[in-house]
Design a protein around this ligand. Structure first.
Ligand SMILES: *Cc1c(COP(=O)(O)O)cnc(C)c1O
Length: 360
């Protein structure tokens, strides 16, 4: 059996390691501050009367509601099974396997490279500068690429991008590549969205999701925004039934006036808790806030990060080790949770610092 697998498996998959999602790394724990999920679980209802039918490929209610929310036309948007499916669709639609390349700017979200590798598409790197700004010169000096992925706010650095830098990059690639701006966390940094700039840039693409601010990571619903010809190309490749009927119903509820108002309040609360977490961590001896806090997480550097991480796991407090990412040695990322979780995290960190301080 393993012989036939090793004979048949695609060459590009032999060395590939699956994405180490927070859920794959730790199954247990009581406080999950490791996947940038919302601490809120909002209530929804479903109507089963249509479950005997195949669902709509692009449910009109969801398309209309999100287009209105994002300020784009209905033909400038495609709904997908999470933003992750949008990433894969872009690669499958615009990159020829074994031939084309994407460009990423590490440290950044891991799925761009993994999706490319599963499709046998090459990955070029233009690392962020030391202050996590875009290295425009290096990005523009990269040879031929078909897609450029830029994450803003960036996971895991929490930094946004300079508008002039992004403008130069999108213009540089205007005839050669699509520039994909991943706005998974944009609700926490609203004023920096590029969704209203599609008319200015034919090669601009924007990724969105209901998984973060909208508190629906379990739903698997995301959006790709782009000019109509780009969306029409993606529509050729997307599966006929990417969204289950209950998903479409719940997404439509999340995007109605009441749903959006609720999310706005929750985002305000998370932003205030984030400020508290950031200030409290910054005041701890030996802890340095790293990057910025424009999303729903705080990244910090601490020399004893492996021991602290182990201590937190032992106490059921799961955060995310980012120390293997480029230029993020000794960095841990914590998602802003509810008030009780944030306080428990700080209490545990303080207890750890005291014990190690006492034994040192
Ligand atoms: C969480 C995340 C996604 C994935 O979103 P889904 O809609 O859950 O697939 C995409 N991009 C970034 C930067 C993320 O952090």
């Amino acid at each position: 059996m393993s012989d036939i697998v090793s004979t048949l498996i695609n060459d590009n998959l032999v060395a590939l390691q699956p994405y180490e999602s927070a859920r794959r790394l730790f199954a247990g724990g009581q406080d999950w501050l490791n996947a940038n999920e919302s601490p809120y679980a909002n209530e929804y209802s479903v109507d089963s009367s249509r479950f005997n039918r195949y669902p709509s490929c692009q449910p009109a209610e969801v398309v209309n509601a999100y287009a209105q929310y994002a300020g784009v036309s209905n033909n400038e948007l495609i709904v997908t099974r999470g933003a992750d499916e949008g990433i894969e669709l872009l690669i499958r639609t615009f990159c020829t396997p074994g031939q084309d390349n994407i460009l990423i700017c590490p440290p950044t979200y891991g799925m761009y490279a993994i999706s490319a590798q599963t499709c046998n598409v090459g990955v070029k790197h233009a690392p962020l500068n030391a202050d996590f700004s875009l290295d425009v010169a290096s990005i523009c000096a990269t040879g031929e690429v078909n897609l450029v992925f830029i994450c803003a706010p960036n996971n895991p650095t929490g930094t946004t991008v300079d508008a002039d830098d992004l403008d130069r990059i999108v213009r540089h690639f205007s005839d050669t590549a699509l520039v994909v701006v991943d706005e998974a966390y944009i609700e926490f940094d609203k004023q920096n969205s590029w969704a209203d700039k599609l008319a200015d840039y034919p090669n601009l693409v924007i990724l969105r999701t209901l998984s973060k601010a909208f508190a629906l990571a379990g739903l698997r619903c995301g959006f790709t925004l782009a000019n109509a010809p780009v969306i029409a190309a993606l529509m050729k490749v997307i599966a006929p039934y990417p969204l289950a009927e209950p998903v479409a119903q719940i997404a439509a509820q999340a995007l109605n006036a009441e749903g959006k108002a609720k999310i706005e309040l929750q985002v305000d609360f998370i932003n205030r808790q984030k400020q508290w977490l950031k200030n409290t961590i910054a005041a701890l001896p030996g802890f340095d806030i790293t990057g910025d806090t424009r999303a729903n997480f705080v990244l910090f550097r601490y020399a004893q990060s492996p021991a602290l991480m182990a201590y937190l796991v032992e106490h059921g407090m799961l955060i995310r080790d980012q120390s293997k990412q480029l230029n993020l040695q000794h960095c841990l990322r914590v998602t802003v949770g509810n008030e009780a979780q944030n306080q428990r995290l700080i209490a545990l960190i303080k207890a750890f610092v005291q014990t190690t301080g006492a034994s040192a």
